[in-house]
Design a protein around this ligand. Structure first.
Ligand code: 3H9
Length: 647
């Protein structure tokens, strides 16, 4: 059932009922048109209330249909039919009206909303633009300046804002449908207001358009959709609604079939699937109400911030008073920064800090449901931490390591109840980065693993399960990527050409620039540790630079040179001199060939990771790349590209 019809004397109630989000699909569209005909012909009906069943009105057009050809009747046809109805349609909106869900309400004569409703047009996040009149009707109700960020920049409006703007006619407290029926009866007794399409649109200044184009274009990077949404809006504002609707539809259809939109749809479903792995179906997660964090460095403070942002009480343990006060300063600085950016009120910032107990005493962790260690990435140090946790924490407390490379089993050898151990690999800054790699050991209980997934969801993160290997999913691919970049460098391709090619592909920075930013010494130490263990790790160009004191921006030079206070990378004669013995004669390589080469290396490593069972699916690997390593979202990920045979 996708649509139901009920009658309350002279008012018909049409309810979209297509769980979980009432997405409008082909069957809903056919039935809506049929009902519009039927109700127009029914003399007993004077008005129609359009509502959604369940927790929200409508989440949008059904995205899963977008991989298939467009089928009639289209949503624009449905909305045009509702607009042409002889009786007023009144949208009764609760929860969410997004995308096509909002657009259908814009074709109605009135919009009523329950308090707390959110309204928006997030289509650009899917690489498309609103394709059923959103770019045209919304500005005619709210004005161009308000509609612009909704249409092109994913701004959502609250019911209160929508009411003030005239987008919503009335808020209904209590029973929404009953309120809408009452509203309908009083509305039909008065002259009807004009429809959105009949309303005039005040002119926007050329500056408004050009400023918006600049801002939106910059933020969109490679995603074409936001600027197209702006184009459709401008076209309609300058040439009228009929031309505007035509332009919108043609841009929508073009984008709907684009590789970018396919990539973004793929990620949309992958992100939702990642949160609920099939293997954990029916498993009840252990509750997590209080979390301990060991270590107040960058990672520990970031993790504590993320936990407090999700309102979880935190105990942060550092080794001495000085480190405790450094951690406290860093954490309060992090909340103050959020306050300065307008993300937190002064009271909320104070409450977040007050929810952290700073201490040097491990005993304070006795009551925590989960403890995450975020100390120095060294096996001996981590083993010592876990030994203390084993003695102090409850036997059912989950013990997690925020390691990026090390085997959780080795750091917890001999620990009682090994079934409560797992890795939780956050990415820096942990309060910002969406990815968490979850690394169970073979002994980890399903309830513990499920708790890690539930925690990630609570923190608003994307969880990806990874098997145990050096670097798990993300750092293993990163190593291969950097290795492939160094191979190109050795073959004579210029460092700056390689970086430019990857920026051109869509990364914010190229592989060498990123290393200069984060420091070349971390992976150098990692290689040195492997060499110390007797592993055969050949000398790399990066090792040569670190040995010469070039660790990246922090030492004024790495792959590039930097001037004091300036992060602009400059080609370095010193690097060229140091690396001369490793590098073949200079050669040019087209940017696309460079990118193809590096992406193929990433996808090959991804394939190996899949074959070894380290990742459960190709889309998990792509989620890691997109959410942890800056892979351009609108490209989908290395595995997605390989699947489309473009790598
Ligand atoms: C559009 O409207 C185009 C029009 O302009 C023009 C047309 C001509 N379709 O997020 P959740 C699934 S484009 C199909 O966990 P929440 C989702 O995959 C659309 N499926 O729930 C998941 O499935 P599963 C513009 C959809 O309560 C389940 O529903 N709209 C759609 O946290 C639950 O999802 C958007 O971009 C869909 N449109 O949040 C809005 N939406 O259970 C996209 C969701 O199998 N959606 N699913 O994993 C959202 O933002 C959130 O889902 C929403 C609910 C806020 C609605």
């Amino acid at each position: 059932m996708t649509l139901t019809l009920a009658r309350d004397r002279d008012v018909a109630i049409v309810t979209i009922d297509n769980p979980p989000v009432n997405a409008i699909n082909g069957a809903t569209r056919i039935r809506l048109i049929a009902l519009a005909e039927e109700l127009d012909a029914d003399p007993a009906i004077k008005a129609i209330v359009l509502a959604g069943a369940g927790k929200l009105f409508v989440g949008g057009a059904d995205i899963s249909e977008f991989d298939r050809p467009v089928e009639s009747p289209t949503l624009p046809e449905v909305i045009a039919r509702i607009e042409a109805a002889r009786k007023p349609w009144i949208a009764a909106i609760h929860g969410v009206a997004f995308g096509g869900g909002l657009e259908i309400t814009l074709g109605c004569r009135f919009r009523l909303a329950a308090p707390g409703t959110r309204l928006g047009l997030p289509e650009v996040n899917l690489g498309i633009i609103p394709g059923a009149g959103g770019t045209q009707r919304l500005p005619r109700l709210t004005g161009i300046a308000v509609a612009l960020p909704v249409v092109a920049e994913m701004k959502t409006l609250t019911a209160d804002e929508a009411l003030k703007l005239g987008l919503v006619d009335q808020l209904i407290e209590g029973d929404l449908v009953a309120g809408a029926i009452d509203f309908a009866r009083s509305a039909i007794a008065r002259p009807l207001p004009p429809l959105a399409i009949e309303r005039p649109l005040a002119d926007a200044t050329p500056e408004l358009w050009s400023e918006a184009a600049q801002r939106i274009g910059k933020a969109a990077r490679g995603n074409a959709a936001p600027l197209r949404a702006l184009d459709a809006m401008r076209h309609g504002a300058e040439r009228g609604i009929v031309e505007g609707l035509k332009r919108e539809r043609s841009l929508f259809l073009d984008l709907r079939g684009s590789p970018e939109a396919a990539a973004l749809r793929y990620l949309f479903f992958a992100e939702r699937g990642a949160a609920r792995p099939a293997a954990l179906k029916g498993v009840t997660p252990l509750p997590i109400r209080r979390v301990g964090v060991i270590g107040g460095g960058t990672m520990g403070v970031g993790i504590a911030t993320a936990l407090r942002d999700a309102d979880l009480p935190v105990v942060l343990v550092e080794r001495d008073a000085e480190s405790v006060s450094r951690a406290e300063k860093a954490l309060s600085g992090s909340f103050e920064a959020a306050q300065r950016r307008g993300k937190l009120s002064a009271e909320a910032a104070a409450a977040r800090l007050a929810g952290v107990t700073f201490t040097t005493a491990y005993e304070a962790l006795a009551d925590c449901d989960l403890v995450i260690e975020a100390v120095f990435e060294d096996l001996a140090v981590k083993r010592a931490v876990f030994a203390r946790l084993g003695a102090i924490c409850r036997p059912d407390a989950i013990l997690a390591t925020n390691t990026s490379y090390l085997d959780p089993r080795r750091m917890t050898e001999g620990l009682p109840q090994p079934e409560r151990v797992l890795g939780l690999h956050f990415f820096s800054p942990a309060q910002v980065m969406k990815l968490v790699e979850i690394i169970p050991t073979p002994a980890t209980r399903p309830e513990v693993l499920a708790a890690a997934f539930a925690l990630a969801q609570k923190l608003g993160k994307i969880p990806v399960q990874a098997g145990i290997c050096d670097g798990f999913i993300g750092n293993r691919i990163l190593r291969r990527y950097r290795g492939a970049a160094e191979t190109l460098l050795r073959s004579g391709v210029a460092i700056e050409a390689i970086d430019a090619a990857m920026r051109n592909f869509g990364f914010a920075m190229g592989p060498f620039e990123v290393q200069d930013l984060s420091g070349l010494d971390i992976s150098f130490l990692h290689r040195e540790a492997a060499r110390a263990r007797g592993e055969d790790v050949p000398e790399t160009p990066g090792d040569v630079l670190v040995r010469a004191g070039r660790k990246g921006q922090k030492t004024g030079g790495g792959w590039y040179d930097y001037q004091p206070g300036d992060r602009t990378p400059r080609v370095s004669p010193e690097t060229a001199r140091l690396l001369a013995p490793f590098v073949a004669e200079k050669r040019d390589m087209p940017a696309t060939e460079i990118a193809d080469h590096l992406l193929a290396a990433m996808a090959d490593e991804g394939r190996a990771i899949l074959d070894e069972g380290i990742a459960a699916s190709a889309s998990d690997i792509d989620l890691v790349e997109v959410h942890g390593y800056g892979f351009p979202r609108w490209r989908g990920g290395p595995m997605f590209l390989r699947g489309r045979k473009t790598v």
